[in-house]
Structure formats: C-alpha cells, structure tokens
Design a protein around this ligand. Structure first.
Ligand SMILES: *Cc1c(COP(=O)(O)O)cnc(C)c1O
Length: 393
C-alpha cells in the first residue's frame, strides 16, 4: 500500500488558501521579468509599448472570461484590495447622504472588515444570516433592501465550506430593485461559469493565486457603463487604471493571471469532474471508518474540490499538527488564523464551539490524485482513532 510513485509527502490539501503557480503560467511570465520588462505606462518607446500590449491582451482575456468589457477590468494587488476598493470606494463616492449596504455573515474578512470600516464611518450595514448548510435565501435580500440601499455583496463560493450562493436569483432581485450587486468570486473563478451580464453583477473581486497564478495580483471588475459606477480610489498617484488604482502595473503578474484563467477555463469541465470524484472518494473513505463524521455546508451546492467536515471528539489543531508530515490541510481559513478566532463561517451554520474546533477543511486541486486521497484517508482515520483513545481513555 502507498507504494505509488506519485506519492510525495506531505500532500498538499489546502488549495483554498493558495495554489502553486502552474508551469504553463510561469513559462508565460518569465520573459516579462527579464526581456520585456518595460513599464506599461511608458508609451513613448518600444519597451513600454510592448508591456502595454501584453497588459491589454491580458485584460481582454480576463474580461472575456467573465463576459465583461476589457475597460471594466482594473488590476489590483489581490482580492483583498479589490474588495476594499469596491466597498470603501462606493461608500466614499456616495457623499453625505444615508447609504445602506447588505452582505452575509459568511463572507471573507476582506469583505466583512471593509464593511466594518465604512460602518464606523457612518454607513448602515445589514449582515444577513445563512441556513444550516451555509446558503443565503435570496428572499432575505429582497426583504432587507431599503430606499437608500446602495449595494448588495454576496460571495460566489465560500473559502471554508465551498458553498455556492444563488447569484442568479440575487442578481435578479438587485436588477428589479435598482441596487448594485458585488460578488467576491475569488474561489469561484475558473471553477464555475461566471457571466457578469447574465448574473447582473456590477462589481467582482478575484485573485490569481487561487487559480494557479502568482500571488500579489488581483482584479476588480467595475462597470463603467449601464450603470456607470463611480468609486473613490484608495491609492492615489499617476492615475493608472483610469484613475482607479495608481501604481506601476505588475506586468508579469497580469500576464500570468490571464494565462492562469485560460488554463483553468480550458480544463474546467474535466478538472472539476475529476476533483468531485476524488473529493467524494475522500469523504466516503472517511465516513466509512468515522461514522459520526459530519459534512459542513451544502452537499451539492459546493465547489468540487472542497470538503469540510466535523470529526466529533477531536481538536482540529491537534489532528493537523499530528499529521503535519503527511498532509497539509487546515482548520478553516488561512485569512483569519492571524487572529486565531474560531471560524465565523462554521459558527454561522449553527455549529457549537466544540463542533467548530473539531472541524477541518480539505482543498483538493490540480496536483491531487487517487494515491494521495487514499493515503490521506488512511492517516486521518488512524490519527482520529489515536486522538479519540487519548481523549476517552
Ligand atoms: C483568498 C480570498 C480572498 C483574498 O484574496 P487575496 O488575493 O489573497 O487578497 C478574498 N476572498 C476569498 C473568498 C478568498 O478565498
């Protein structure tokens, strides 16, 4: 058993936190560090024009991937900055009149903390709950909209439990009520179809490093027509990105992001089917040996590569530490570990503190194979039995 040549330890099962750069992406990026190093804003000479052309080609690819116009794609340093720019930018452009925003308790901290910030500056923010499986009922959005509601922000796919929110229904409500609709699509991009026109999305945040692109490059899609959305920039400077985000463009990162999207979309159907099968295999293998194991989040409306389970009687940190030589996985989000808070997402599903602390997240990805899943299941089952013996006896 486990003599498979593909098996190299530790196995990476934390693809929601970040992903390795795909070799095809890296290959596309490398010339832009050394030979084509121009500043995309230096349009007076060939070096700058070459970089500018590469950036605009990437912008077109990224735009097309979500059915957006290229001029509505703004490059940032990542999804955190994109969410900050969208939320603070809308509020600060709105002037002194009352402004109301609607979001959801299970959002990423980049969104929740931006809303908290503008709330401290006078915005009204409604944070809607989710059901026991992590899904938001669109009817709640309809009920929460007030005359001065400016924007609704609901993530496409959750980074902890992989749950997919009903964007289409929410977008339709926003269209009917003339409210802006923003989505944090960082975990969804390249994994499910995203069409900002069909979904009536006005602002969308995403990031390259979650889809096998480099870290430090992200996008904010922001409509400049029908309707024209005004944002007050956070970073002032040379007026790059149509004044939305100043600073010299990260040309290799931008080129890499576009390539990462192309690769992901090209392989989306087969890769998501493959991941779903591997994920289901892992879940079945665990459940067979740990019958009281519970799935967190909706069983079907979730990302193919996500598995989040509660293993009663264990402490997640102990399990993760004990298995560190074999598997890299996590207790929830990498984004809040700095604060060491128990998952706000799992709490929102109604889990008790003990259940939250007994929950672990697996993120399967491009490198994951059957041998890895088999080994992971084996060592988890062994270790859970060991930890339970310690706890009970
Ligand atoms: C990772 C992540 C972010 C933050 O993206 P960065 O590019 O790392 O800043 C935001 N939202 C979600 C859902 C994420 O998974």
């Amino acid at each position: 058993m486990n003599m498979s040549p593909q098996l190299r330890l530790p196995i990476y099962l934390d693809h929601h936190a970040t992903t390795p750069v795909d070799p095809r992406v890296l290959e596309t990026m490398i010339p832009f560090f050394t030979q084509m190093f121009g500043n995309a804003a230096s349009k007076d000479h060939a070096f700058g024009r070459e970089a500018h052309r590469a950036v605009e080609a990437a912008r077109a690819i990224i735009g097309r991937s979500i059915n957006a116009r290229p001029q509505d794609i703004c490059f940032t340093s990542g999804a955190t900055e994109s969410a900050n720019l969208a939320i603070k930018g809308i509020f600060h452009a709105g002037g002194a009149s009352p402004q109301h925003f609607i979001t959801v308790v299970t959002e990423h901290p980049a969104v929740l903390d931006s809303f908290r910030r503008i709330e401290s500056e006078g915005a009204e923010v409604t944070c809607l709950p989710v059901d026991g499986q992590g899904i938001l009922d669109p009817k709640q959005i309809a009920d929460a909209i007030r005359p001065h509601t400016k924007m609704v922000s609901v993530m496409a796919a959750n980074n902890e439990i992989g749950v997919l929110q009903p964007l289409k229904e929410i977008g339709a409500i926003c269209r009917e009520r003339s409210v802006l609709f923003m989505t944090d699509a960082t975990q969804a991009l390249g994994k499910i179809a995203l069409d900002v026109q069909a979904l009536n999305v006005h602002l969308l945040a995403c990031s390259a490093h979650k889809i096998y692109g480099p870290k430090g490059i992200g996008v904010l899609y922001c409509r400049r027509s029908s309707p024209k959305i005004s944002l007050r920039p956070i970073i002032d400077g040379g007026g790059h990105e149509r004044g939305l985000r100043s600073g010299t463009l990260n040309v290799p990162g931008i080129v890499g992001f576009a390539k990462a999207i192309e690769v992901s979309l090209g392989e989306m159907k087969t890769e998501q089917a493959r991941l779903r099968e591997l994920r289901d295999t892992l879940f079945q293998a665990l459940r067979q040996e740990i019958p009281d194991l519970k799935l967190n989040g909706h069983p079907d409306h979730r990302l193919a590569g996500n598995l989040n389970v509660c293993i009663p009687g264990i402490v997640n940190e102990s399990l993760i530490l004990a298995l560190a030589d074999d598997i890299a996985f996590s207790a929830g989000s990498a984004c809040t570990t700095a604060a060491a808070d128990p998952s706000h997402v799992l709490k929102a599903l109604g889990l008790s503190s003990a259940e939250v602390n007994a929950s672990v997240r697996f993120g399967l990805g491009r490198s994951t194979n059957a041998a890895e899943v088999q080994h992971a299941a084996l060592v988890i089952v062994e270790q859970v039995a060991k930890l339970r013996r310690l706890a009970f006896g």
